[in-house]
Design a protein around this ligand. Structure first.
Ligand code: ADP
Length: 172
């Protein structure tokens, strides 16, 4: 069965990878949908975010000797309503990760809105694994800006990409 895992992924974190891995282990075919918004400021462009996700997932599954999972994952960027992407691609299930209670209100609203826009859409909430409960892309950027250690939050290539992008920015 196909599921959609949408988000900004600016950048992908170990928390995102954990959700994707749990989904493919459950036999879901996962489309990771990178939201491209011209209004929202992101550190990486949508094409860069897609490339980083691709690289990160390849490394992750190859390291675990489970490359076969890679064929169950598709990564795409999309500008527009998630519900429209779902209709166009015959996907009826969205997955969202839930961390703190603070995620709940927003996620509940989004789930209702998506169902109003596409009556067949269902949202599945997956609890964050305890070790990634506190990991967010936003937090990761804050830590990177302040020169903190990122090893429990993102993979090494993502850490390098973050540091590089931030140093390019500070030179401008
Ligand atoms: P963030 O909230 O980290 O900026 P995104 O908008 O890219 O991230 O999130 C995409 C999806 O991944 C959302 O459903 C979000 O709740 C989920 N998610 C983000 N971080 C984690 C995590 N550490 N554990 C589980 N789910 C997560």
């Amino acid at each position: 069965m196909k599921v959609l895992y949408p988000g900004s992924f600016d950048p992908i974190t170990l928390g995102h990878v954990d959700i994707i891995e749990r989904l493919v282990r459950l036999d879901y075919d996962v489309t990771v949908l990178v939201a491209h918004s011209s209004r929202k400021q992101t550190l990486f462009t949508s094409d860069e975010r897609v490339a980083l996700i691709q690289e990160d997932l390849e490394n992750h599954f190859k390291r675990r000797k489970s490359d076969s999972f890679l064929s169950m994952i598709k990564i795409e960027k999309f500008e527009g309503m998630t519900s429209d992407y779902m209709k166009m691609n015959s996907i009826r299930l969205i997955v969202r990760g839930l961390r703190a209670v603070s995620d709940y209100e927003y996620e509940m609203t989004m789930a209702q809105v998506n169902r109003k826009l596409y009556s067949e859409a269902e949202t599945l909430f997956m609890p964050a694994s305890p070790e990634f409960h506190f990991v967010s892309s936003r937090g990761v950027k804050e830590i990177a800006i302040n020169g903190g250690a990122l090893d429990h939050f993102v993979s090494e290539p993502i850490r390098k990409a973050l540091v590089k992008r931030l140093s390019e920015r500070s030179m401008k």
